[in-house]
Design a protein around this ligand. Sequence first.
Ligand SMILES: Nc1ncnc2c1ncn2[C@@H]1O[C@H](COP(=O)(O)OP(=O)(O)OP(=O)(O)O)[C@@H](O)[C@H]1O
Length: 456
Amino acid sequence: MIFINDVKILIINKDTAYINIVNNAISIITKHIAQCNSIEKAFNEVLNDDNFDFVITDYNLFNKDFTMRGLIKVYPKTELIIVASKPLYSQGSISIHNGAKEYMDIKSELNSLPNKILNIFHEKKDKTKLREKLLNHYLLDSTSESYNKMLSHCEKVANTKANILLTGESGTGKEVAAKYIHLCSPRSTNSFVPVNCSAFTETLLESELFGHEQGSFTGALKSKQGRFEYANNGTLFLDEVGDINLTTQVKLLRVLETKKVERLGSNTERLIDFRLISATNKDLLCEVVNDKFREDFFYRISTIVINIPPLRERHDDLDKLIKFFLEKSQEENDIKIKYIEPEPEKFLYSYNYPGNIRELKSIIDRMVILSVDGNITKDGIPILYNIKNKENNFCKETSSFNKIINFKDFKIETESKYLEWVLSQTGGNVAEAARKLDISARQLFNKIKEYNIKKS
Ligand SMILES: Nc1ncnc2c1ncn2[C@@H]1O[C@H](COP(=O)(O)OP(=O)(O)OP(=O)(O)O)[C@@H](O)[C@H]1O
């Protein structure tokens, strides 16, 4: 067990036997354990803004003047764990719904308490990193009217409970906008849980979202918490929501209506408090018309629709973004750039970026990595652009046969060239290329390995 010196825990109870039992269980992970005999005293005298990482207490100590919700609201940096001396299922549900991180039985579950504390503690550190990452790693300071309007919509809806649908082309920054909404919301100290819906088969997506009990399907060797449960009191982000099949949409609709989740293979419902943000680059209304997306589910997830503008409509931001990514790329690759030759510079400012910010970022990375003695040369300009400029695209190349080879070799050669071309179109992004090819990312990885394709 790792001993974390800086985790500070307050145990509240008037019963000294309770305090001793809990103290013994957690003393293997920290020395900083304090005690207090009432919630009132903890509220008024012991707790302050961030002097304790955890409060451990029993359900029955709260009363109408000093409530669980009140404690969490007044001391949001402190996590609450309920260790119940007389556990009841209903109390567990209410505690989690009110914002407690855990509800456990003092008699049978105390062994797992140190590990649970460590997990929550590390998770919280990760969240602080997420906030820093967002502010330091993304450029949200914009001079473009459409992008600023989008950001202010995000800020406005962050405080509400409305389900939000983010639309926009691939690579515009929908996931970045989702994180921004989460961080502007009162849920920001809880989890932001992203799920890429296109990355799973039907059963796996359901198990990923709802969780499962041991043996509920072939391969379910252990019970598993679903992403809904992880998102309790936080935000669930369903990326590529347009790829969810119709059967799963029905199940999700029910969860959105009841806020209750049942793990696969279980008949116990868990009450979950989550905010839903979905994203798609598909025209979902068109999918509804074509019976590929349920109308009721569409309306349920899209109370508020926010569109992220494509990069070509953000001319005013291009200069800032180029400088931002140039700086980041130099830092990340430990390369100092002294000069950009006129040709690549002209390319950066005139290209229309069909792959949006993702493509701009990847082009700048390529330019920095291929720079010579600190100079960005025309070699940094993406291959696809060069190919297009020479009017020598993939289709032309493959249609000019000049020698007969056996069909197997032909298939390998053509397939490998095609995959290389698709990857160059997505700026080397395997997940996106796989999506466009309608195969799994794993299948594409295997092909890249098999054909030794270089992702330029
Ligand atoms: N404002 C921004 N500042 C810096 N980088 C950004 C910004 N917005 C997006 N990016 C970068 O662009 C890339 C694409 O962003 P993101 O994944 O959020 O796009 P998306 O619209 O969700 O794409 P997809 O539809 O393909 O899932 C990421 O690498 C992200 O870091």
